[in-house]
Design a protein around this ligand. Structure first.
Ligand code: SAM
Ligand code: SF4
Ligand code: F3S
Length: 439
């Protein structure tokens, strides 16, 4: 059979998709090998910003320029957006597959290898879904897993490509999700993250009252599942019942990502976000009153078309006032086909970068202050990887989703360890194990 290699770009949905592709191909007798030895290189791609696509183009260029290039399969959001142009520009790209056609990918890869034909599996309409049914048993991380609970997005924020490439919102059947979660726990998974572009509207399409908080409660009751996280919440749709369920179940981590995107009501309207800054702040108050100690992170775009210095100051103010644990910031990147790409008063690239630097430097001080306040406290951390730098160091995350680096050996991987925090930086905590917990 064939040797394959997978590279993942973009968000957690792609990690989940890649884990299922790996599981499906391995079940057919394919073998995961290094990129150098692979007959087929699968790129699971992202289109969220231009930079995400540039990385893929440059990877394709690098692979295609080999003396004997592998078969390149471009899968996911960028495959759907760019389509067969990928094949025309690089003949080594022999297969493209959109995110709603993944169920057809394994057969198509075999066909492309045996027949030598090029294959395009582009999602013809935004509703039909031909998904992989494999439970992702061969994961990038043995102890942590993602489960997509809903496909697509119907929000159409004016800057965002996701609804155009991932199609319409469809909630997955709860029984399917629960049985997948149980299989993962039996396979040794300690932590599951439920993912969707707007998890808070989960179940609305069922029309039977089974909503996101119902699913969260059912997942929390799965025996042996130690940690549950979820992402992403939408400020217009996050309701109190969700936060209450979080407060009732110890295995649901007290961490919420609630993207604000801008601190200006005018820009929020242009973005089609469906809330005001005041409404956003009252949700934060609700979270902090129902679940004190919860970590709240956010996403924010600077340089949206027409963002004035005053609008930008609104974003600065909100970041200063709300004191998020972390903010994922990005300079607005025009995505062809989205309304914002055609809006007037696009902000100059230099100015976007300047605004990004301003907001990042404010947030890094806040993050460091919050982190330094944790020195001396002890957290239970799931040891799940080697630290990127430094020998004999492991890393894991606190229930509040903060990265902790601590000394340890590989035998500790996959266990929960009590770590006392000894130092803090902007984005990491450093600590020492107190004692391993029973697992
Ligand atoms: N569904 C989530 C939400 O509503 O925020 C996440 C969407 S997206 C996968 C992740 C982040 O990318 C967004 O929160 C947004 O900040 C950023 N993003 C999306 N489109 C962008 C664009 N055109 N330019 C810059 N950043 C963008
Ligand atoms: Fe994009 Fe908005 Fe949907 Fe998030 S909610 S994926 S930002 S359209
Ligand atoms: Fe990127 Fe698609 Fe995720 S555009 S961020 S991989 S949904």
């Amino acid at each position: 059979m064939y040797g394959f290699n997978i590279s993942i770009f973009g968000c957690q949905m792609n990690v989940y998709d890649a884990d299922r592709i790996r599981t499906a191909l391995t079940a057919r007798g394919w073998e995961e090998v290094s990129e150098e030895d692979a007959d087929v290189v699968i790129l699971v791609t992202c289109s969220i910003r231009d930079k995400a696509e540039q990385k893929v183009w440059s990877d394709i260029g690098r692979l295609a320029s080999r003396r004997e290039p592998p078969l390149i399969a471009v899968v996911g959001c960028m495959a759907q957006r760019v389509g067969t142009l990928l094949m025309r520009r690089f003949p080594s790209v022999r297969l493209v597959c959109g995110p709603r056609s993944l169920g057809r990918l394994p057969d198509a890869l075999e066909k492309a290898m045996t027949t030598g034909k090029d294959i395009a599996l582009l999602d013809e309409d935004p509703v039909t879904l031909q998904d992989l049914t494999e439970v992702p048993l061969l994961r990038s991380n043995p102890w942590k897993a993602f489960i997509t609970i809903a496909h697509g997005c119907d929000n159409f924020c004016t800057y965002c490509i996701v609804p155009h490439v991932r199609g319409r919102f469809i909630s997955r059947d709860p029984d399917e999700i629960l049985s997948e979660a149980e299989s993962l726990v039996s396979d040794g998974v300690r932590e599951i993250t439920l993912i969707g572009q707007n998890v808070n509207t989960y179940g609305r399409d069922f029309g039977n009252g089974y909503v996101f908080s119902s699913l969260l409660r059912d997942v929390a009751r799965i025996k042996g599942l130690k940690r549950i996280r979820y992402a992403t919440s939408h400020p217009r749709d996050l309701t109190r019942d969700v936060v209450e369920v979080m407060s009732e179940h110890e295995n649901i981590c007290p961490a919420i990502n609630l993207p604000i995107q801008s601190g200006s009501d005018r820009v929020l309207r242009l973005m089609n976000r469906g809330y005001t800054v005041e409404q956003y702040c009252s949700i934060i108050d609700m979270i902090r009153s129902v679940l004190p100690g919860a970590a709240v992170t956010s996403d924010l775009i600077v340089g949206f078309p027409g963002e004035t210095p005053e609008d930008f100051n609104g974003s600065v103010r909100v970041v200063e006032d709300l004191r998020f644990d972390l903010v994922h910031t990005a300079a607005f990147s025009p995505r062809e086909g989205t309304p914002a790409a055609r809006m007037e008063a696009q902000v100059e690239a230099d100015e976007k970068q300047r605004r990004l630097r301003v907001i990042n430097s404010i947030q890094s001080v806040i993050s460091r202050e919050i982190n330094q306040g944790l020195v001396g406290e002890t957290f239970t951390v799931l040891a799940d990887g080697s630290a990127p730098k430094g020998e004999g160091l492991l890393q894991g995350r606190t229930p509040t989703d903060k990265v902790v680096i601590f000394p340890g050996d590989l035998s500790m991987m996959g266990s929960f360890v009590d770590i006392r925090i000894t130092a803090a930086g902007n984005w990491h905590l450093f600590g020492e194990p107190v004692s391993p917990l029973p697992v």
